[in-house]
Design a protein around this ligand. Sequence first.
Ligand code: NOJ
Length: 549
Amino acid sequence: MRPWWESAVVYQVYPRSFQDSDGDGIGDLKGITRRLDYLVDLGIDALWISPIYPSPMADFGYDVADYCGIDPRFGTLADFDALLAAAHARGLKLLLDFVPNHSSDAHPWFADSRSSRDAAKRDWYIWRDPAPDGGPPNNWISDFGGPAWQWDDATGQYYYHAFLKEQPDLNWRNPDLRTAMMDVLRFWFDRGVDGFRIDVLWHMIKRADFPDNPANPDYRPGMGEMHRVLQLHSTDQPEVHDIAAEMRGLADDHGERVLIGEIYLPIDRLMHYYGRDLPGVHLPFNFELIDAPWDSRRLAEIIAEYEAALPPGGWPNWVLGNHDRPRIAARVGEAQARVAAILLLTLRGTPTLYYGDEIGIADVAIPADRVQDPRELREPGIGLGRDPVRTPMAWDASANGGFTTGEPWLPLHPDWPARNLAAERDDPASLWSLTRDLIALRRKRPALSVGAWRPVHADDDILAYERQDGEDRLLIALNLGTEERSLCLPGWIGDPSPLLSTRHSREGGNPAPSSGGGEKKLAPRFRGGDNEMEQRILALAPNEGVILA
Ligand code: NOJ
């Protein structure tokens, strides 16, 4: 039996922006509970909720002040238990976000650590003497710009922070800290959560002697200051894999739970996070599609390279967007966002869908006086800010898209009166309907989720591949361009039967995948085939994607 997460579709909820229930303009747990039936309709299997723990919100919850509580802005532990029970009652799994690399500077552990050099928890964080010139101990740069070391007058040392100075890094070489953090995982597992997304897993251990990072020869202004150096010694150290294995052991002890590691590394290094013989995290997040140029040959190479690099038994996964990166609709445009949805939901492995992408929300321009993200505030104007991708979900055409009765913490996308769930749900040709149909088709045809992947064609804007599970063999053909293209159909396709297409409106209806029958209603144009020697050609309209059986 496969574990549930191999065939699952994961949906990322950014809790501040999903659904507000108390009118403060910030989404909350009761709001998420209210929208669970929506997630069931969409067909997803698991939701991952970005951090909901008590936090000063210097980095919107990725600065945790209590790992075992709920921030009052989001609700209470009782609200969390109610959400979890309601999710489970609907057959949905729930994943939390574990932020082990750093805490908030408001965490009591850090208060103790900074109180004196002899404090019990001094070594739970990373303290170093100044360099001989009195400056920071080395040249490491914060991911949010500026030095990664903060001077502390009271105890006369620097502490290390890979992100904001309000997010001191925890010292995972300290055994007591390690035990305390494992207890945190245990706390939530015992409460019933089905797994975790682990924040910046590859950052968790730094080289013990803290040498300077080498300069990055490819650095150009405008890239973000962190890229001045290569994070050779500050990230991806071999000892991190022992930690991943320890967390994995704990997860396995609690039955079928899943750990998804956030890791931005090239494919070869990413694969190490499965661990040799797979004792590492179940799914090291695969962000290859997030950074990929929208080019058929390049995408085909990336997919093939990733597939080939997977260790035996290592399960693949795919992501198009998240709360840190530009939204897919902004990157590739509205028409291609539909093609992208097919890609995400027909590659082998576990896809993670970012909230709002299913209705095609694009990046939202944030007026200067409403910028909230510390990344943008520290390095403004070079496109690093993340507010544009964290804007509220639009549910209907009522005030603020039904997100809040108050003032939303970030503005909604300007086209929300038309681009909202209610409007798209009523439109069988919408991106939302396409996404729902894709998820339903995955469920009906396991070839799409767990079947083998094989490349068919990649050129001239066409990306085509097949998926096969036993007798079930499907062709996915995507036109990534704005010109009509044609594709020679592989011989194994008999009488081509389109199961689903991006061109719903033009073709008169996708067959509802769950209703059976009617699968011939759609008619992409085929040429040839009468004569056995003749190649059959599939004509793909601009921006068209199809799934054929
Ligand atoms: C990665 C998270 O996704 C991002 O939002 C956060 O700012 C950093 N880690 C620091 O926790």
